[in-house]
Design a protein around this ligand. Structure first.
Ligand code: URA
Length: 204
């Protein structure tokens, strides 16, 4: 597979940046993924939600948070009264990283080099959109936004202010809720995430 030649590095709008990211080869993940999954949402959004990386369905659709974790995310945003159409949703890493297992592709966690390489894109998304608030959905997003490991379960519900003034709200990744089997525990975790999203609505 040949990479698309990226246009110049001076995108001044989100559509230009999205176009440039199609040809990204800043790390090796482009080789096996179907396509770059860039952020989506209005370029005047007050808040940017940052996930980890596209999953299997996002890789095929070319859109962030459209698979199982995205469905949980959408439903809880809706319950919190946050309109997904008015927020910008992106990922720390923009290509799907996976291990093939038979016909299935099993999600594999991006490493710190891949997160660092992809900051090229996410930093520009923030520069162009200039949101009031960032929401880190899980540890990979927190690492990308803050440049260091954050104990997410301890820090969730809190805001960390970056040196440049950006406020970063820390919470869990919605796929964490999906993985809980016990119904009462699952419901309790869903409720906690809902409370976090209500707080985000107040902060944005
Ligand atoms: N998980 C993520 O972190 N991002 C997506 O886009 C989908 C699942």
């Amino acid at each position: 597979k040949q990479p698309v030649e990226a246009p110049e590095d001076d995108a001044s709008t989100i559509p230009e940046l999205r176009e440039a990211a199609k040809g990204c080869r800043r790390c090796p993940l482009w080789r096996d993924a179907t396509q770059t999954v860039f952020g989506e949402g209005p370029d005047n959004a007050k808040v940017i939600f940052v996930g980890e990386q596209p999953g299997d369905q996002e890789d095929l659709a070319g859109k962030p948070f459209v698979g199982p974790a995205g469905k949980v995310f959408d439903a809880i945003l809706d319950d919190a009264g946050v309109d997904r159409q008015k927020v910008y949703v992106t990922n720390a890493v923009k290509h799907f990283k996976f291990e093939p297992r038979g016909k299935r592709r099993i999600h594999s966690k991006p490493n710190s080099g891949e997160i660092q390489a992809c900051r090229w894109w996410i930093d520009q998304e923030f520069e162009l959109i200039k949101p009031n608030l960032a929401v880190a959905l899980g540890a990979t997003a927190a690492m990308s936004l803050l440049g260091k490991a954050i104990p997410v379960t301890k820090m969730r519900g809190q805001v960390i202010e970056r040196e440049d003034g950006l406020r970063v709200f820390i919470t869990i990744h919605p796929s964490f809720i999906l993985r809980i089997r016990e119904p009462a525990d699952k419901e309790a975790e869903r409720e906690r995430f809902l409370q976090d999203m209500k707080l985000v609505k107040r902060l944005m």
